[in-house]
Design a protein around this ligand. Structure first.
Ligand SMILES: [Zn+2]
Length: 145
């Protein structure tokens, strides 16, 4: 999970911030900024890459779609079908995890041969817990890169 930078909300040709009417409309801009790469596992793929909501648009605890989250650029990443379905609609408290657009995820994890990802041993016990939670949330331990 390499650190990424999505940049500010994209603007239209007049320089106004784009209001996305559907989250799917942000996909092209996300790919322009991030490449055709899953933000979590770094798998390269094109057609099946989805707009991922960091905080679920429809968290499982309520089951209701929260529109501000659904259409918020700051809540978007790109995800492959594996990461997307593993993460699902689990309720997420952002501070409990590392995020590739907010944290230095190079330092948070060790990447060993065969694509095995483990929490960096340089981290404090607390941060190792956070790294482990991130690996479990996205299923990064389930398959090699
Ligand atoms: Zn992925």
């Amino acid at each position: 999970m390499r650190p990424i930078s999505k940049g500010p909300i994209p603007t239209d040709t007049s320089g106004n911030e784009i209001n996305f009417h559907k989250y799917q409309d942000a996909r092209g801009k996300l790919i322009e900024r991030l490449g055709e790469i899953c933000s979590y596992c770094e798998m390269h793929l094109d057609s099946s890459l989805a707009v991922e909501h960091v905080i679920p648009k429809k968290p499982e605890s309520s089951g209701e779609t929260i529109q501000e989250r659904e259409l918020d650029w700051h809540n978007f990443l790109l995800a492959c079908p594996n990461c997307n379905s593993t993460k699902g609609n689990k309720d997420v408290v952002p501070d409990d995890y590392f995020w590739p657009d907010k944290d230095n995820t190079f330092r948070a994890f060790n990447y060993s041969e065969g694509g095995i990802i483990t929490p960096s041993t340089e981290l404090s016990a607390e941060l190792q817990g956070k790294a482990n939670a991130t690996i479990e949330l996205t299923g990064l331990d389930k398959r090699p890169l």
